[in-house]
Design a protein around this ligand. Structure first.
Ligand SMILES: Nc1ncnc2c1ncn2[C@@H]1O[C@H](COP(=O)(O)OP(=O)(O)OP(=O)(O)O)[C@@H](O)[C@H]1O
Ligand SMILES: [Mg+2]
Length: 324
């Protein structure tokens, strides 16, 4: 049985501001993120549904172009949707990195072209992820909305995205330490007594650490942030979120609960239904048992609809099933 519904959970957390949906590929993260954003907007909150996923699907789900700029969803007050242009962010980050590397090479008197370093730094797949992470926290810091629902990349990326704030701060601390060592070494070796020039790299790192610290504070605040995990009544999606939930507890990222999606409603399956449907219903029943046993915090069970979920009307139905 559901002990606390999504509705009750959100009512108990009136300051909830950053909502995420994680889970295996294809389980309905985008759809449930859309439904949650719609519901929050209907509650009167100025809401942004943002996709930081390099493969976007909001435009298709909403049947409305929301790429590149936050766009008011037709027919709903206060509901904005936004697919972030990842390419654009990556290009911008490349330029920034080039500037920094150039500065560093000059500083260290190294006569190498920055390009090689830039390429190797940005070819790294983690670069795209960190650009996405930066996009996300930029939005959070701009603070223009009362609620944010993020449609993040599937599977492990979501955790890495958030875990990154810890990794970042460790990395930055290390960098800062070596910058400081280099600086004092330079001062020791320096014959001239002229004051050291400003160190923009050091300043950048300090600023970066500050930003990451703030992001971490927001993302681990259980009054403001909740990560919901989506599963189907099937083996693999259950296994995936079991892992996720354990990771998230380790990282101290607040878990909002589990939403079960695409459950076939038994009442709709008559005696004359084809065997494969009956078998599926039985299979789902068995996995539902496992779900009740494994997750104490199931918040909603959303039925499998007769069609895919597209357009505001279908989202409305999904929100109804999710929030009652
Ligand atoms: N309850 C439901 N009933 C019927 N169709 C659904 C339901 N939930 C989701 N769908 C459909 O299932 C498909 C996958 O959903 P969605 O795109 O939200 O999954 P996802 O987890 O975001 O996938 P990805 O991992 O690729 O981002 C979509 O076509 C969506 O319309
Ligand atoms: Mg999706």
């Amino acid at each position: 049985m559901i002990e606390k519904t999504t509705h009750q959970f959100l009512t108990e957390h009136p300051g909830m501001k950053y909502v995420f949906f994680g889970g295996k590929g294809g389980v309905g993260k985008t759809v449930l993120a859309g439904a949650a954003a719609l519901w929050l907007a209907r509650q009167g909150k100025h809401t942004l549904l943002a996709s930081t996923n390099p493969v976007h699907s909001l435009t298709s789900m909403l049947d409305q172009d929301v790429f590149g700029t936050p766009t008011l969803v037709e027919g709903v007050d206060s509901f904005y949707a936004y697919e972030i242009d990842t390419k654009d962010t990556i290009e911008k980050s490349k330029v920034e990195i080039r500037d920094k590397i150039n500065w560093f090479l000059r500083f260290a008197d190294i006569k190498t072209k920055a390009d090689e370093f830039v390429e190797s730094a940005t070819m790294n797949p983690a670069f795209e992820e960190s650009a996405m992470f930066e996009n996300m926290i930029d939005l959070m810091f701009e603070d223009e909305y009362e609620a944010y629902v993020f449609d993040t990349a599937p599977t492990a990326n979501a955790r890495r995205l958030l875990g990154m704030s810890s990794v970042y701060s460790m990395w930055v601390n290390k960098m800062l330490k070596s910058r400081e060592e280099a600086k004092s070494l330079r001062e020791l070796l320096s014959y001239s007594k002229k004051k050291q020039e400003k160190d923009p790299l050091l300043e950048y790192l300090l600023q970066f650490r500050e930003r990451m610290g703030q992001a971490k504070d927001l993302l681990t605040d259980d009054q403001k942030t909740a990560f919901f995990f989506v599963t189907l009544p099937e083996a693999l999606p259950i296994a995936v979120i079991k892992r996720f939930i354990a990771w998230f507890y380790d990282f101290g990222i607040p878990v909002g609960g589990v939403v079960v999606n695409m459950k076939i409603e038994e009442a709709t399956v008559g005696e004359d239904a084809p065997d494969f449907v009956k078998n599926r219903v039985k299979m789902q029943e068995e996995y539902m048992e496992e779900i009740w046993r494994s997750f104490p915090d199931v918040r909603a069970v959303v039925p499998l609809f007769e069609t895919e979920v597209r357009g505001v009307e279908m989202l409305e139905r999904t929100a109804q099933a999710m929030f009652g």
